[in-house]
Design a protein around this ligand. Sequence first.
Ligand code: ZN
Length: 536
Amino acid sequence: MTVRVAISQGPVIMKWRTFITLLAVASLTSCLDDLGTNTQDSLNPSVDDELGEEYEPYQAGRGKANGLQGVGEALKFSEACESGETLTIAAVGDVLLHSRLQKQAFREDTSFTSLWWGVSDLLKTADVTYANLEGPTAKGTDARGRDVMDPGPIFDDYVYTSYPMFNYHPSLLDSLQEAGVDVVSTANNHSLDRRSLGVDRTISELQSRSLQFTGTRKKGADDPWFAITDTNGFRLAWLACTYSTNSIPDNHDQVLRCYEHRDKVLAEVRALSAREDIDVVVVTPHWGVEYRATPNKKEIDLAHELLEAGATLVLGGHPHVNQPWEKYTTTDGREGFVIYSLGNFVSGQRHLARRSTILLYVSLVRNDLGETNVAGATYVPLHMTNSGDGSMSVEAIDRAGGNGDSREFTVGMFGLWNLSLPRIPVETTAYCEGGWELAHPLDGWVGGSCTAEANVCGTAACAEDFPGGMCTIPCERVCPDKAGRAGTFCVAGPTADTGICVPKCESDDGCRPGYTCAQQEHNGEPGVNAMVCVAR
Ligand SMILES: [Zn+2]
């Protein structure tokens, strides 16, 4: 049963079951103080199963977002075009493995790599790669944190489980490392899904692989909450915290909390940023409201406080959908970068907003004074796709094609200016080079420009006799709408024996430079016309 509930300006459709849960949460959270601080955060259960359709689109002005830029605007940093040593960071959101994804990993030895094989090269190519490990990787541990027999690499739904309490086989960590992941957050609302023992065992698995982690520590240990990555002469300190551990008590102080330990988190950021041997502090808070694209004042305030305290990057997560990014200039003039939610990286969630996400690239540059600042940020639209055999895999839309609705959704939030094609090497400040043009909505796939760049047409062909080259596919009557930008239409081709697919348009604005929007007749169907982009 589905009910339609009006929340704020937009109607939101949600499953009845979720509605009941939200009602329960609403009654728990009735004690908001005057500042809007939710004093009951730790009691909020998360609703991060595979089902559910609720999604609240971004609402400008909500959450009193002082300084938060409008979605889709250009994001540019003042040191973008400075010369100097650079470092590129790749960041993805939640590794949240519902049962079908865990089963897929163990089926015929596909391993967890099958979930992201299509983007592994894009993760690996960065100097440092980050993901949020949303759940323990604790062998032989049940949901009550007891030592039990380990079943090995199978989804037994007892040791290795899905929603509401996750636990993954530690071979997941090998697959993440194979994809180039260097550092993970272990502080999130699922940190204690295998209780204290699960935290300890997860940390042992991470340590045995030298996979850096941040935000949790072993029972009784006084180890630092942060991790340090040391790559290409850049030392970055990473610090994770979480808003909650889903009501599971943290009896041994093993998980760093963003709000309850706010002073500790800020003090840590101050201490790390003051260290001579650390170039940049990156904070990865697990926060926000699930399925809502707008950050709250609470997250925005903390993000800005973290930057004021000395952090350079704040990479948030938890809502399972993307939330916007922003450039924030601190009172002492440093330019910080925040993304409020990276969304899911891989999950079994089905709703468009939850399977549409990004691979974020942020580059740093070291200037003449030895200071390291943000140079640029770009993103590659990703989509969690079902393949024909029932398996799921995250793909870069501009390479895999299709899923135009997902691409449009993501580009709607992050804009065209900072869009990056999935290519190596990564360029985060391409606009510093002469001749750079804003990515046209039709770049790549049918209608896209292709003489300047190799391999942008995917499986389409580059017709070089069009201005700038045009990606086309031959047709007799029907054109597939490859990446779902403007629809495509089959017109007569340069040779009589085949038609070609070209993009539809409404006006010249919808066509690349050198093209005009004009009426053309359908190939092989006299009298059927459409407005399409044709060479001037
Ligand atoms: Zn979460």
